[in-house]
Design a protein around this ligand. Sequence first.
Ligand SMILES: NC(=O)c1ccc[n+]([C@@H]2O[C@H](COP(=O)([O-])OP(=O)(O)OC[C@H]3O[C@@H](n4cnc5c(N)ncnc54)[C@H](OP(=O)(O)O)[C@@H]3O)[C@@H](O)[C@H]2O)c1
Length: 218
Amino acid sequence: MRIAVLGTGMVGRALASRWSELGHEVTMGTRDPEATAQREDHRAWAVENDGVVLATMADAASSAEVVVNALSGQATIAGLESVGAEALGDRILVDIANPLDFSAGFPPTLSVKDTDSLGEQVQRAFPRARVVKTLNTLTASLMTHPRTLADGEHTVFVSGDDADAKVVVTSLLTEMGHRDVIDLGGIETARGTEMYLPLWLRCMGALGTGMFNLRMVR
Ligand SMILES: NC(=O)c1ccc[n+]([C@@H]2O[C@H](COP(=O)([O-])OP(=O)(O)OC[C@H]3O[C@@H](n4cnc5c(N)ncnc54)[C@H](OP(=O)(O)O)[C@@H]3O)[C@@H](O)[C@H]2O)c1
């Protein structure tokens, strides 16, 4: 598939690298491609991932079948607005961002919760896009290589209003090694996975590592 990953942080890099390795055509969208290409951390990564093209967010999105939001939560709406509703069209928009607000320090608070979620805000801002919230409940290296922990016997979730989009996203997850993908329902169910973050952060503090995940035993 042609996949555009927006954001060049830990998550954007991990997913771009993995999907490229799995044979997808991956473009990474960034605010300033020239500046990102010069960034020391990106240069080292790019040497290992020379199949991944770097472009503006709008250029990356406009030629993709699936667009992935790997922007910080605070930058998500503005970042997607810079792409524009026209370029996003009715594409599948995989939203991985968490609405974390670090303005008062650590641990962050949630900038939206209870009666709304970032996933819903994205869907409302881009009504034609087929938003699927997923992968926001585990650390980047487990998103891409779930079998490094408990042989992949742990759980990820999908939330979204478009059933066909969730099927496509689930197949991208399965391809990376995820074995238990729970379809929670419509995009409003993203409230649940986003509100897990305060617990995820405390678990990371208690365990001293981000290498853990939920496993839904039933
Ligand atoms: N880190 C994890 O393991 C993890 C796990 C689950 C979910 N998440 C969520 O996944 C998302 C990405 O995580 P990350 O750790 O890779 O994030 P990050 O490094 O904090 O940010 C990702 C990208 O957001 C863009 N960005 C930052 N500020 C911006 C602004 N003011 N305007 C426009 N774009 C801006 C930057 O893109 P460019 O510099 O390329 O323009 C940056 O590379 C976050 O929402 C995070 O909550 C992360």
